[in-house]
Write a protein that binds this ligand. Structure first.
Ligand code: GLC
Length: 534
């Protein structure tokens, strides 16, 4: 499954922001790469307070990206190439520009309009304090005070993310009915399913009690201690059971994929029980340290947890919310994943990062289940780690008081041609986030057909993955010393060496592919994965 971030994939009209016709024009790339399906991040009408994850109209396309007819054309062209298409659905919150929120502000406290969202009176003598101490994922309070129609300070509304993303109240039947209808709208247009944004956030603990722990479980911190009152409440599962019925009522195979930052793996597995979603992103895998014991443990745990509910396991190393793995894997092993890297931070070693990224990818693509790729990783693209602060667009940067750089560094438009304006992203040199000049070295045209390039590594791995049916296989662990993991999937052997010294391949092994060349005497060097027949 290949994730397209529409803003940054291909810009056909040259305004510096990618668009749907640009994606359609570049679908052949995905066929050549060997992807089976595409997930499109949001392209709906939006003020773009959070790069489109603030949706003002769930049934249309933002003029930035094209028109509804362009979405239809994209879906049709993808299908004609044998590619499936899933779209992003954002049910936890709407945009503050959604008509429902406008109606809520115009209506009185307690009205039906307000009850579609989460409005509360403030604390303190005149309601001047937020209703509780919850913090927004992007930083600052999770509540914003509104003004009444007469201009006087009024109630507060909850936004777990940006103030431009008010949380919906999923206790209201009207909200539930609306989203069933939105699902049908896109299913009728032929989409093969949905990636469900913040799937673990829709239901809040009813008492809205204070939460004194640090609140950043979304982005990798704060996962210790009791379960937070805003995440992974049991009530979310009823919603997905309803959705599953709708999805199943359509012909073909249509799927629901949960974006749920939930640990441990057993709690995450609850989202993919037989009558709920089909898959859930495996962020525990993404966050596992680059050591043999940690990788062994996370792979085993992930496989066991999903096997217990009969769902496929998923694997992901990069997406639009985290530091690209070609950079992240060069950070000190065991360090908490930072939320962005800036020019004033220590700069990770790009050579080491790419070497480990290639090894990690080859390991991931040998595992059974679904692998999710993020646009640009097939080029070995690093994070933009020296972006000027004034170019940053992620609300995280401002709302964290410039503590967290945020997610812009992984969202930069990708390079197609080394020697073209905007590296072939569009016909002009415009680009909504600045592209670092080193992206020229990673452009697709320098890697296509070049033996040993990261692009050809991905292509070969995806071709073999399909031919050997690795996605439907099973992992059978072979004994390994501490610094090495070694397993068999079908008759393919996979070995990754994390240790400081090279490791000998068994006598007589036939190598199919390795993430870097082996030594002349067939040893696997440090930070290398090899696929072989024993
Ligand atoms: C998800 C998205 C992220 C967005 C957030 C709020 O985590 O992946 O990009 O900011 O939800 O919608």
């Amino acid at each position: 499954m290949y994730q397209i971030y529409p803003r940054s994939y291909a810009d056909l009209d040259g305004d510096g922001i990618g668009d749907l016709p640009g994606i359609t024009a570049r679908l052949d790339h995905l066929v050549e790469l060997g992807a089976d399906a595409v997930w499109l991040s949001p392209f709906y009408p939006s003020p773009q307070a959070d790069a489109g994850y603030d949706v003002a109209d769930y049934r249309d396309v933002d003029p930035l990206f094209g028109q509804l007819a362009d979405a239809d054309a994209l879906i049709g062209e993808a299908h004609s190439r044998g590619l499936r298409v899933i779209v992003d659905l954002v049910p936890n919150h709407t945009s503050s520009a959604h008509p429902w929120f406008g109606a809520a502000l115009a209506a009185a406290p307690g009205s039906a309009e307000r009850q579609r969202y989460i409005f509360r009176d403030g604390r303190g003598t005149s309601g001047e304090e937020p209703p509780n101490d919850w913090q927004s994922v992007f930083g600052g309070p999770a509540w914003t005070r509104t003004k009444d129609v007469d201009g006087q300070p009024g109630q507060w509304y909850l936004h777990l993310f940006d103030p431009g993303q008010p949380d919906l109240n999923w206790d209201r039947p009207e909200v539930r009915a609306e989203f069933l209808d939105i699902l049908r709208f896109w299913l009728d247009r032929g989409v093969d399913g949905f990636r469900v944004d913040v799937a673990h956030g829709l239901i809040k603990q009813a008492d809205f009690a204070d939460w004194s722990y640090p609140l950043e479980p979304m982005f990798g911190e704060g996962t210790e201690g009791p379960r937070p009152p805003m995440w992974d409440q049991d009530g979310v599962h009823d919603i997905y059971r309803d959705w599953r019925q709708v999805v199943d009522s359509y012909p073909g195979e249509r799927i629901l994929v949960a974006e749920a930052w939930v640990q441990p793996a057993e709690r995450l597995a609850a989202y993919v029980r037989p009558d709920e979603m089909h898959q859930a992103f495996n962020f525990e895998y993404l966050e596992a340290p680059w050591t043999a014991p940690a990788q062994y443990a996370v792979i085993t745990r992930s496989l066991e947890a999903t096997a217990a509910v009969g769902a496929p396991t998923t694997w992901v190393l990069s997406n639009h919310d985290v530091i690209r793995h070609a950079t992240r894997l060069a950070l000190p092993v065991g360090q908490t994943r930072p939320n962005g890297i800036g020019a004033d931070d220590p700069q990770p070693d790009a050579v080491l990062g790419l070497r480990r990224a290639r090894a990690a990818t080859l390991l991931m693509l040998a595992l059974p289940g679904s692998a999710y790729l993020f646009q640009g990783e097939e080029l070995g693209l690093p994070e933009h780690t020296t972006m000027p602060d004034e170019a940053r667009q992620d609300p995280t940067w401002e709302r964290s008081g410039h503590v967290h750089k945020g997610r812009d560094g992984c969202r930069v438009p990708i390079p197609w041609e080394s020697d073209a304006p905007s590296y072939g992203f569009g016909p002009t040199d415009r680009s909504w986030l600045p592209q670092p000049s080193l992206y020229a070295e990673y452009a697709l045209d320098l890697q296509r057909g070049v033996a040993g390039s990261t692009y050809e590594l991905y292509r070969t791995a995806l071709r073999l993955r399909r031919e050997l049916a690795l996605g439907r296989g099973t992992v059978y662990w072979l004994t390994s010393p501490d610094d090495v993991i070694h397993f068999q999937n079908g008759n393919l052997s996979v070995l990754t060496n994390f240790g400081p010294t090279s490791f000998p391949l068994p006598e007589g092994a036939t190598v199919l592919q390795s993430s870097e060349p082996l030594t002349p005497d067939n040893h696997v060097p440090t930070d290398v994965t090899v696929w072989f027949h024993p």
